[in-house]
Design a protein around this ligand. Structure first.
Ligand SMILES: NC(=O)c1ccc[n+]([C@@H]2O[C@H](COP(=O)([O-])OP(=O)(O)OC[C@H]3O[C@@H](n4cnc5c(N)ncnc54)[C@H](OP(=O)(O)O)[C@@H]3O)[C@@H](O)[C@H]2O)c1
Length: 294
């Protein structure tokens, strides 16, 4: 998919991606393929915006009549306070990844949580009654944790480098899901060993492993049981060291590509009001990610 295939006319609407950095993004391939497939006159363009320029960027996008935009690291939390309205789920988790320009107003949404659940659905993985270990307590972890809790897991364990951040997430979850068992784990080897033994679904929501070398600290897949599933939100590389080790143990592994696909498909629907051409988007993602592998 080349940008050259896009026909820009006087009616073309722009959809942005705000991040810092954004050079690594594959979302333009996925979204632009989808717009073309449905003959919609939109173009998706990434913008590298440092935090100090975020407000200026938002004002400019409004003046330029952007149809909307995606938000990625490091702006997902900060952007919420500059929007005209933030929809329920995004407000609850304090994290926005999709913004729609509606009648002069910027309205914020979060599609990460639902995108994650849709990826589990595709993989036919059930959460109900299961023990889930979530590594990380950043924006993606908040979205996933709140979505997972709706599916009634047996227990949710949260492990994070900064214990205060893990505790903040646990507290907010406990306020919503009062009867649920939600526990934070100390960042230490021994207690983790026990938790790994009972874990049914391990989810890495940290960027650890993006370099193709690092493993989340104290996480050794050899302690996981045979039926455990290991999910890493990272999609490039397609197999992080965590997934490689789990695969060696013949455990089921899932990388972040399907979540990326579904969070993007949900955003597409919010911007255009049309059913997203999921298979077109999947193909575009597969193609660009397999090129990255080479
Ligand atoms: N596949 C998808 O569709 C999708 C969607 C969203 C995000 N993601 C990926 O998920 C990851 C997290 O995104 P995010 O938006 O949640 O980021 P974020 O809000 O910045 O949170 C990052 C989390 O990772 C932890 N962390 C960062 N560096 C670490 C390190 N060196 N060692 C241990 N922990 C570390 C942070 O811990 P502290 O609290 O201790 O700082 C925090 O819990 C990124 O890799 C992102 O690309 C994928």
């Amino acid at each position: 998919m080349k940008y050259g295939e896009i026909t820009v006319t006087g009616e073309t609407r722009v959809i942005g991606l705000l991040g810092y950095p954004v050079e690594h993004t594959v979302s333009p391939f996925m979204q632009n393929s989808a717009f073309r497939a449905l003959g919609l006159s939109y173009v998706y363009v990434p913008f590298s915006i440092p935090p100090e320029n975020l407000l200026e960027a938002l004002k400019s996008m409004k003046v330029l009549n952007f149809a909307g935009f995606n938000v990625t690291i490091p702006h997902k939390k900060a952007v919420a306070k500059y929007l005209d309205k933030v929809e329920g789920f995004a407000r609850k988790i304090g994290c926005v990844n999709t913004v729609v320009h509606r009648e002069g107003k910027f309205v914020g949404f979060n599609t990460d949580g639902k995108g994650f659940l849709m990826s589990l659905e595709e993989e036919k993985i059930e959460i109900e009654g299961k023990d889930v270990l979530l590594i990380g307590a950043g924006g993606a972890a908040w979205a996933i944790a709140f979505s997972i809790m709706e599916k009634a897991p047996k227990r949710l364990f949260i492990l994070n480098r900064n214990m205060d951040n893990a505790e903040a997430l646990r507290l907010r979850l406990s306020m919503t899901f009062r009867k649920a068992t939600i526990l934070t784990l100390p960042h230490q080897k021994e207690p983790l060993k026990y938790t790994l033994q009972v874990t049914d679904l391990l989810i890495n929501t940290t960027p650890v492993g993006m370099d193709g070398k690092s493993l989340p600290e104290f996480i050794d897949p050899k302690h996981l049981s045979e039926g455990a599933v290991v999910y890493d939100l990272i999609y490039s590389p397609p197999l992080t060291p965590l997934l490689k080790m789990a695969k060696k143990r013949k455990l089921r592994v899932i990388n972040g590509e399907k979540m990326l696909l579904y969070q993007g498909a949900l955003a597409f629907k919010l911007w255009t009001g049309k059913e997203p051409p999921v298979e077109v988007m999947r193909k575009a993602l597969d193609k660009i990610l397999s090129q990255k592998k080479k």
